[in-house]
Design a protein around this ligand. Structure first.
Ligand code: GLN
Length: 476
């Protein structure tokens, strides 16, 4: 992305040719991969022309970017992968997207996702399953699987997703690209359709760490329209990449190195430990004793918040409206029955149950307490190390259909990602190697809250030492 940006800025390449190249690739591959739900060809070419005419400038001038269909734009549709919002047109544009466009980026289109960002496989979107560019029989991960697949298959120069419990990092791992979930509150969520408001965060998919730093730079920072968006200064993430990395301490926690991890995942983590050791880092053992409670805690907090957030889709305020209802209650119930898919209904029921009288204390309140302990585990661990190195996922990409009848197994795909959301800390998944059959495997680095500059700098040490990020799926 940065190379393309520089080539356009120095007039060695034209933005229009760049956009055309991506549009041609989308045309050739999207029928198979199904990464995009909507492509904005005319709008993209118009903006590219403005870049070439020198009217549109900025640090991302001419860079074609794909965005997840959970981000509102005042053009096109914003469907969240749901029939409920199948025809929804937002009257406004998300702050993150507006900032990308003010920096000169070109939004190529919106990518497919699991419905309302609930899922880990991109099989649960209303517009069909997305395929992994490395193997079309495999899932790309989820819920931002369309963005990860588009990035991996070179159908964009960078992509944007959202991560509530791993939805950027897990698909990044499955598709062999870099995926960054910033700290909670680092990027404004105004215009991001809410799933679980205390966990949701926007972030980039890129080919390398430097591109991720640049996109974070552009999107981060205070926004008066999102009261949860932090006012903390935005450091120069790009410049910070070049600062020296001295006395590096890499934390490793036994709770993340389970024997049940796939051998390729274990090998990738071992390889990363070796790479850091060779780069002069010391490896420190840290303890994260409440790790195992992460998945149950997450699936209480996230579903509770989702049940509340999704109450607005009643066929009156928003979304699909059932025909010929008997009365108001019938209108709500039919509209929701028709508009939502099975996984979304399951989450609404779980969350409603966890919040209901008599169960609130036992489930929701208990989950909040455990959440606090998980955060405390990380605070203690970061007293002893700069970042924590762990797998992104217990397995590489699984086959399409393999887990679709078994929600609990699917939820376990998030076991190494959800705790970062519960604690509000940043995490990045990096290409960390391959399985014997050539599927990518990710490794994850977790950092202290608002320490993205350090996290990315340390991530780049690994990227430079290994070069896995330069490999692409062998398809045209
Ligand atoms: N897979 C997790 C879930 O289904 C995470 C989703 C996300 O991060 N949006 O809730």
């Amino acid at each position: 992305m940065t190379e393309l940006r520089d080539a356009i800025a120095s007039r060695q390449a034209s933005a229009t040719d760049g956009v055309r190249t991506y549009l041609d690739r989308i045309e050739a591959q999207n029928d198979t991969i199904n990464a995009y739900h909507e492509v904005y060809a005319d709008r993209s070419l118009e903006r590219a022309k403005r870049v070439d005419d020198g009217q549109l400038t900025g640090p991302l001038a001419g860079v074609p970017i794909a965005i997840k269909d959970v981000l509102c734009t005042d053009w096109g549709k914003t469907t969240c992968g749901s029939r409920m919002l199948g025809e929804y047109r937002s009257p406004f544009t998300a702050t993150a997207v507006a900032r990308l466009e003010s920096a000169g980026a070109i939004i190529l289109g919106k990518t497919n996702m699991d419905e309302f960002a609930m899922g880990s496989s991109c099989e649960h979107g209303a517009w069909g399953a997305v395929r992994n560019p490395w193997s079309h029989d495999h899932v790309p991960g989820g819920s931002s699987g369309g963005s990860a697949a588009a990035m991996s298959a070179d159908l964009c120069a960078a992509a944007i997703g959202s991560d509530t419990g791993g939805s950027i990092r897990q698909p990044a791992a499955f598709c062999g690209v870099v995926g960054l979930k910033p700290s909670y509150g680092r990027i404004s969520r105004w215009g991001l359709v809410a799933y679980a408001s205390s966990l949701d965060q926007i972030g980039p998919f890129t080919r390398d760490v430097a591109d991720a730093a640049l996109l974070l730079q552009v999107m981060a920072g205070r926004d008066e329209r999102d009261s949860t968006c932090a006012s903390a200064d935005v450091p120069d993430y790009v410049a910070a990449l070049d600062e020296p990395v001295n006395d590096l301490r890499i934390g490793v926690a036994k709770q993340y190195l389970s024997d049940s991890n796939d051998p390729a995942v274990a090998k990738a983590v071992d390889g990363a430990i070796e790479a850091y050791r060779a780069a002069g880092a010391s490896i420190v053992e840290v303890d994260l004793p409440h790790t195992e409670y992460g998945v149950p805690t997450y699936y209480l907090v996230a579903t509770a918040e989702a049940s509340s957030n999704l109450a607005r889709y009643d066929g009156v305020h928003y979304g699909h409206r059932a025909a010929d209802p008997d009365d108001l209650i019938d209108l709500y119930s039919k509209s929701r029955a028709e508009g939502f898919g099975d996984e979304v209904k399951r989450r609404i029921m779980l969350g409603t149950y966890a919040l209901s009288t008599g169960y609130y204390d036992a489930y929701y309140l208990k989950a909040l307490k455990v959440r606090r302990l998980i955060r405390r585990d990380f605070d203690e661990a970061f007293k002893q190390c700069d970042v924590i190195l762990c797998p992104t996922t217990p397995t590489p990409a699984f086959r399409i259909g393999e887990k679709s009848d078994d929600p609990l197994t699917m939820y376990m795909a998030d076991v190494y990602t959800v705790n970062a959301n519960l604690a509000g800390i940043p995490g990045v998944s990096l290409p960390g190697g391959f399985t014997d059959t050539g599927l990518p495997v990710g490794v994850q680095l977790l950092g202290p809250v608002f320490e993205e500059a350090k996290l990315l700098r340390i991530a780049r040490v690994f990227e430079r030492a290994t070069g896995y990020h330069q490999q692409k799926p062998n398809r045209d």
